[in-house]
Design a protein around this ligand. Structure first.
Ligand code: AMP
Ligand code: MG
Length: 342
């Protein structure tokens, strides 16, 4: 299959979306930018489109998809009821990087929800994603546009690297601002529960909701036989070919540990301007601020593979700061929970 790669800018008119919208109406799939990561979009009402999404990514069949809408009003077709707290959250964070899980309406096919009676819904803020939803006339199911298990794509080129020949069309809308996937919260339980951290932070959620539980799987590996609240938590995720090892501790101890490690193709991932004392090559992945770290995280992990790294030691973000939950959650999974204390 030939993969078209088309640049669209946020100021372009709706006519630019004609080809992509036509493909979506034919139940084909399209790579699209969002403010979180690139998504692989398909008509959420079509089993055929949903099947294509799963096939192109090699996604495990039991991992449900997030459905994307362009306006809050479109949620009423997708869920059986919109509780007051969902309206409050939408008011505070939509359009934006927050996904809410609610009981699904009969209109949503079980292929999208992997058989669950709940559906994940998000209204993205990226103008290109919203224009594409409007142009296609249907809600778009869209997981991250990567091969399952690899780091998520934050540039159109990442989508092309993973999915060329497997999907017909990619919209290049530039780099994703946030760089990590949306915050996922379930409202289908008695107390709202954070299932996946993102850049709508826990403290922001608490400001609106008061109490918010945090699922154990956010920062911990699943115990054997443990039931998951969100099927996506089961899988190895976000992983480059290079082995990722998180190193927790003071900067000088990090440097001493890495410099004395004996091996080939050893790399470090560090905070900005920390490279001076290191005697291995390194990638800087941001200041200690969570926004800069999340923005560069997946691109940095993908860069390691381009460099042919065997192993990479990563500076551990401050775990006492809840704003870092999203970056920590992705790094822990990329590392298969390997953490060394120094
Ligand atoms: P991705 O498509 O890569 O952004 O991942 C979507 C995440 O949302 C995965 O972790 C899914 O398991 C989770 N998810 C989607 N729908 C549901 C649902 N109905 N219940 C629980 N988790 C869900
Ligand atoms: Mg994903």
């Amino acid at each position: 299959m030939k993969t078209e790669f088309v640049k669209i800018s946020v100021t372009d008119g709706i006519e630019k979306y004609t080809d992509a919208a036509k493909l979506l109406k034919e139940n084909q799939v399209v790579g699209m930018p969002t403010e979180t990561v690139y998504g692989l979009a398909g008509n959420a009402y079509s089993d055929e489109a949903v099947k294509r999404i799963f096939e192109a990514k090699g996604r495990p069949q039991d991992n449900p998809l997030i459905v994307h809408i362009s306006e809050l009003s479109e949620i009423y077709d997708l869920v059986s009821e919109v509780p007051e707290i969902a309206k409050k959250l939408a008011d505070a964070f939509w359009p934006g990087p927050l996904t809410m899980i609610l009981p699904k309406s009969p209109k949503v096919p079980l292929s999208v929800t992997a058989g669950l009676d709940t559906v994940a819904v998000r209204c993205p803020s990226h103008p290109i994603a919203r224009n594409l939803i409007k142009a296609s006339g249907v809600p778009l199911a869209a997981p991250s546009a990567n091969i399952s298990g690899k780091p998520s794509p934050t540039k159109a080129q990442h989508v092309y690297d993973d999915l060329k020949g497997r999907i017909p069309y990619i919209i290049d809308g530039g780099e994703c601002l946030e760089g990590v996937e949306s915050t996922v919260i379930t409202l289908a339980t008695n107390t709202p529960k954070l299932l996946r951290p993102g850049n709508v932070t826990l403290s922001q959620l608490k400001c609106v909701l008061g109490e918010v539980q945090v699922d154990d799987a956010v920062l911990n590996p699943l115990k054997k036989g443990e039931k998951v609240s969100s099927p996506g938590m089961k899988y190895k995720h976000y992983s480059p070919v290079a082995e990722i090892v998180l190193v927790r501790g003071e900067y000088d101890n990090f440097v001493e540990y890495v410099n004395s490690y004996r091996g080939e193709k050893v790399y470090a991932m560090i905070f900005d301007n920390e490279g001076e004392k290191l005697n291995v090559p390194y990638i800087e992945y941001g200041t200690k601020d969570y926004k800069t770290l999340s923005h560069s995280l997946f691109d940095s992990l993908r860069e390691l593979d381009k460099l042919g790294a065997n192993i990479c030691f990563v500076r551990y973000p401050d775990e006492n700061n809840d704003d870092n939950l999203a970056v920590l959650n992705r790094l822990l999974r990329a590392a298969g929970f390997k953490v060394i204390d120094v």
